[in-house]
Design a protein around this ligand. Structure first.
Ligand SMILES: N[C@@H](CCC(=O)N[C@@H](CS)C(=O)NCC(=O)O)C(=O)O
Length: 203
């Protein structure tokens, strides 16, 4: 049985939950009690020595890093597909998955984490402002080059690229980022899918 170690409020875990829902893959969820620092306990470090969720476990295989998990699910359960069939489309999806992490989610973490989990006096306003500016610049590139007049980033198909972005787009209001129009419509489109609605964190 496929087991996913996760936390219900974890954005990176939600990527995996969205893919599981899109593909209707049977699985068992194992909640890691991060409030009690269970992710730093030896039991969990045996799965992921970097002390992060999500982690996947199947028949002796242990995988962490959400994008590696998404690629594994796609390779082992190709239907319905979350990548285009051709090499060019697949390469573009890989590019967008990488850019999501480099240009958006790393920066988003330095805004979302303090705002969700730390008291205001512990927020670093300078880091928050810098991260916000970097995300705005990235969303402007998505707007101008990839999304204007388009439904999805690649091949007019909902792909793993959207799966990587969706949990983070949920927090644009918290980050006080007003996305440009095509990005806003794209974000609303992915967040209204059943896979996003059924995995939405309660806070
Ligand atoms: N690059 C990792 C990031 C995972 C990650 O940062 N997860 C957060 C929760 S959303 C976490 O476990 N943080 C715990 C920590 O860093 O101590 C991935 O894509 O899976």
């Amino acid at each position: 049985m496929l087991r996913i170690h996760h936390h219900p409020r974890s954005t990176y875990s939600r990527r995996v939950l969205i893919a599981l829902a899109e593909k209707n893959i049977p699985h068992a969820l194992v909640a890691v009690d991060m409030e009690k620092k269970a992710h730093r306990a030896p039991d969990y470090l045996a799965y992921n020595p970097y002390a992060r969720v999500p982690a996947l476990e199947e028949d002796g295989l242990v995988l962490y890093e959400s994008t590696a998990i998404l690629n594994y699910l796609e390779a082992t359960r190709p239907a319905p597909p979350l990548v285009p069939a051709d090499a060019r489309g697949r390469a573009l999806v890989d590019m967008h998955m990488k850019l999501a992490d480099l240009q958006m989610t790393r920066q988003a973490g330095s805004i979302i984490f303090p705002k969700r989990f730390l008291p205001r006096e512990r927020w670093d306003e300078k880091v928050i402002a810098q991260s916000k500016a970097e995300i705005e610049k990235h969303l402007d590139i998505l707007e101008r080059i990839y999304l204007k007049g388009k439904t999805w980033l690649v091949a007019e198909q909902f792909t793993l690229a959207e799966v990587c972005y969706a949990p983070f787009m949920e927090f644009l209001p918290l980050m006080e980022i007003a996305p440009p129009p095509s990005v806003a419509a794209w974000s609303a489109r992915m967040l209204s899918r059943p896979s996003a609605l059924s995995t939405k964190p309660d806070k």
